[in-house]
Design a binder for this molecule. Structure first.
Ligand code: SF4
Length: 349
């Protein structure tokens, strides 16, 4: 088994692990002819990158490979990041979209986004060995919808984005028709539940904190007896990364968000950065995707990364910038994270 390529919370000189009241210059090894290069300020958001749920999901696949050997099948991208997926593929993971693609003798891992109840049921029917890498914070939402439905007989409004695997997984915890998806304020104003007094809501974990607050406010006004979390179900990692990108956006002419296009929390970081004052914010899957014309006229570039993006991609982006600029790097950490999720019991032994 090769050494882990990725570390939770990043590693190396850019790791967002140091508490800073405000700003601190970080080491920025200069290129040999750096004196001739134009100057660029780099402002790193902290926290950024891997969250505890992503780190756990990757560890589950790695541990399954270590115990079972290759191949280990993974239903859906374990997390929404191509670099992570390709690294695990190189170690022997095989990514599929449906269980029917998994042969009877191979173990299968369910992704961090969670799966509808029908998926483990089907795995059991086929006697497949499966491991569930659903983030514990997504599983918590699954238990919430079961509680509302089972004990209160409530209809549940799910605030989220159609087609996202987490939404499919959460709505798949209950029978069809038990939940209604609400995607935005317009849908919150229009939704017509059969019994407005028997209502609850939950949310996707990776939404925009500000957008979701607006949607919840509309629903609470229309349905005052609606049950649900105090604010929403957005997880600590999404909340912290959005707060961190806000903290750097006003000073940044450009914010670069490392993350894949299908990563919900990365997309939200890009939107939050623009709303928080960045002149422009762009999502980049890797440093290689950087279009140099974006840097024209830019004095300060902010950098963050979605919860499924490894720190090595941030480091590669900084290295790429160093090829053309003399960098002054600073980091703003709005909060420290120390969340670690345990492996499932069957792998913890
Ligand atoms: S973004 Fe949040 S919900 Fe998703 S895996 Fe990370 S901690 Fe879990």
């Amino acid at each position: 088994m090769p050494e882990r390529l990725f570390a939770a919370g990043g590693a190396g000189i850019l790791a967002p692990t140091r508490p800073m009241d405000n700003m601190q210059d970080l080491a920025s090894p200069a290129a040999p002819d750096a004196g001739a290069l134009p100057h660029l300020n780099v402002l790193l958001a902290g926290p950024r990158g891997f969250c505890a749920g992503v780190d756990r999901a990757i560890r589950i696949v790695e541990e399954a490979l270590r115990r079972h050997g290759r191949p280990v099948y993974v239903r859906h991208e374990i997390v929404h990041n191509r670099t992570v997926v390709e690294s695990l593929e190189a170690q022997g993971a095989v990514f599929v979209e449906e269980l029917e693609e998994v042969p009877p003798d191979a173990p299968v891992v369910f992704s961090a986004h969670g799966v509808p109840k029908a998926v483990p049921a089907e795995a059991e029917r086929r006697n497949l060995t499966y491991l569930d890498a659903t983030c514990p914070l997504v599983s918590k939402v699954h238990r919430e919808v079961e509680r509302h439905f089972g004990h209160g007989g409530r209809h549940i409004l799910m605030i989220g984005h159609a087609g996202h695997p987490e939404v499919i997984g959460t709505m798949g915890q209950l029978p069809p028709g038990a939940m209604t998806l609400v995607q935005d304020v317009a849908e919150a104003r229009a939704v017509q539940p059969a019994d407005p007094d028997k209502l609850a809501f939950v949310t996707q974990t990776t939404l925009s904190v500000d957008d979701t607050a607006e949607i919840v406010a509309v629903l609470r006004e229309r349905f005052p007896t609606m049950q649900g979390p105090k604010r929403e179900d957005i997880c600590y990692a999404t909340t912290n990364r959005q707060a961190a990108v806000k903290a750097i956006s006003e000073e940044s002419d450009l914010v670069l968000v490392i993350g894949s296009a299908n990563s919900s929390n990365s997309q939200r970081l890009r939107e939050v950065a623009e709303r928080a004052g960045a002149a422009r914010a762009v999502l980049l899957p890797t440093a290689d995707a950087l279009d140099w014309s974006l840097l024209e006229g830019v004095r300060t570039v902010g950098i963050t990364a979605g919860a499924s993006a490894p720190e090595v991609l941030v480091e590669a982006l900084v290295d790429r910038l160093r090829q053309r600029f003399r960098l002054s790097i600073a980091e703003r950490v709005v909060t420290q994270e120390d969340v670690v999720f345990k492996l499932p019991a069957e792998l913890a032994k």
